[in-house]
Design a protein around this ligand. Structure first.
Ligand SMILES: Cc1ncc(COP(=O)(O)O)c(C=O)c1O
Length: 377
């Protein structure tokens, strides 16, 4: 399979480490029959792990009933998902709004960028150094990492600022939107301070810009709350993807206030966005995650405490944690050999984003192997 991958698949990701075969709960098996504890969950996607029966049943039922309709029509799952997302935001103190459903995180951010352009035509879109918002040309223009962005240039009117309050204070009323992630996942799980988030809100209000909060990695229960930002700040627009679909491709834009009505017929579209099978899967995921939020907080606290007690510095919240180590890429390979899947967003961070169903008992062997490997290096 690896040879054939190299022959037939474009080399965007390098050679894959493994060929995966099946999953159950928090474990996956490769085609050699080796079992792995999945501490990455498809990069913060598989919220319910693998093979959740209510999610599978919801998808099978909807696929048998109606797998796709064009956006000339709607379906109950599409509408119910939109309604559910708005009510989750309102329940956590956000403003009421309206949803657009897309197929990925990058697409959700593309749509949010178009909202910014309609909000203030010709305005600048400001994003943060170290931030990641996707790989399509619009979302890549607000993704900071030079090595992945520079070969493609930037669409006009996108700028980066450091995550410093003074940088926000220097922004003027030419700015249409400020994009930020409450915890910068790809940077290495780096949370923004509550003070910075409050200053971003104050700045957006002062200059008449939209505050767009990218909750693609942090949202839908990952931090033990539906949204990582609502405790600290109110967003004008929220983007979601990853965990929302529990493994099915989905993205969502929740636009509040005036932004909720910026799209009019013709301004945006997507053949598959709002697909009823994907929306049915997302609704099943949200039903289950509603009963897991407290467990995510408790397990996340336990995991952080256990790692810290072994002397590892930890950042993040809930079940999105960045652990400071030396030679993270090397450790990823050593851990994989011992049956654990994690990743290294940078040279000295291991990212842990396991399925939200994981328990301390399932995590304990990982801590012991991590401690053991550190002793060996
Ligand atoms: C914060 C954030 N925004 C956007 C994206 C892009 O999402 P997608 O890969 O679904 O396009 C990601 C993916 O890692 C992300 O972490």
């Amino acid at each position: 399979m690896i040879d054939q991958y190299e022959a037939y698949y474009q080399n965007a990701f390098g050679t894959p480490a493994l060929v995966m075969d099946r999953g159950e709960g928090v474990y996956v098996w490769d085609t050699e029959g080796k079992k792995y504890l999945d501490l990455l969950a498809g990069i913060a996607v598989n919220a319910l792990g693998y093979g959740d029966t209510s999610m599978v049943e919801a998808m099978v039922d909807q696929a048998g009933r109606l797998a796709h309709v064009s956006n000339f029509f709607t379906t109950a799952p599409q509408v119910n998902l939109a309604k559910r997302l708005v009510s989750l935001l309102v329940d956590e103190g956000g403003a009421p709004g309206k949803v657009f459903l897309a197929n990925s995180g990058a697409e959700a951010n593309e749509g949010a960028m178009k909202l910014a352009m309609l909000h203030k035509p010709g305005g600048t879109i400001v994003a943060l150094e170290g931030g990641f918002h996707g790989r399509t040309l619009g979302s890549l223009s607000i993704t900071h990492k030079p090595t992945i962005r520079e070969p493609f240039g930037q669409i006009p009117g996108c700028e980066f600022i450091p995550s410093e309050i003074e940088a926000l204070q220097a922004l003027g009323d030419d700015v249409a939107a400020i994009f930020l992630e409450p915890i910068q996942g790809e940077r290495g799980v780096v949370p923004l301070s509550p003070e910075f988030l409050a200053a971003a809100r104050a700045t957006a209000d002062r200059i008449g810009a939209l505050l767009v909060i990218d909750e693609i990695q942090t949202g839908m229960g990952r931090t033990g709350r539906w949204f990582a930002h609502t405790e600290h700040v109110r967003a004008d627009v929220v983007t979601l993807a990853k965990g929302l679909g529990g493994g099915m491709p989905v993205g969502a834009i929740i636009a509040t206030g005036e932004a909720a009505d910026l799209f009019t017929p013709g301004s945006h579209g997507s053949t598959f966005g709002g697909n009823p099978v994907v929306a049915a899967a997302s609704l099943a995921v949200l039903d289950k995650v509603a009963g897991l939020l407290d467990q995510v907080s408790a397990t996340g606290e336990w995991l952080r405490g256990r790692l810290e007690s072994e002397g590892f510095p930890v950042r993040g919240s809930g079940l999105l944690l960045g652990v400071t180590v030396t030679d993270a890429p090397g450790l990823v390979v050593q851990l994989r050999d011992r049956g654990y899947i994690v990743n290294a967003p940078n040279e000295n961070t291991l990212r842990l984003a396991p399925p939200l169903i994981i328990t301390p008992e399932e995590l304990e062997p990982f801590i012991e192997d991590l401690r053991d490997l550190r002793g060996l290096t």
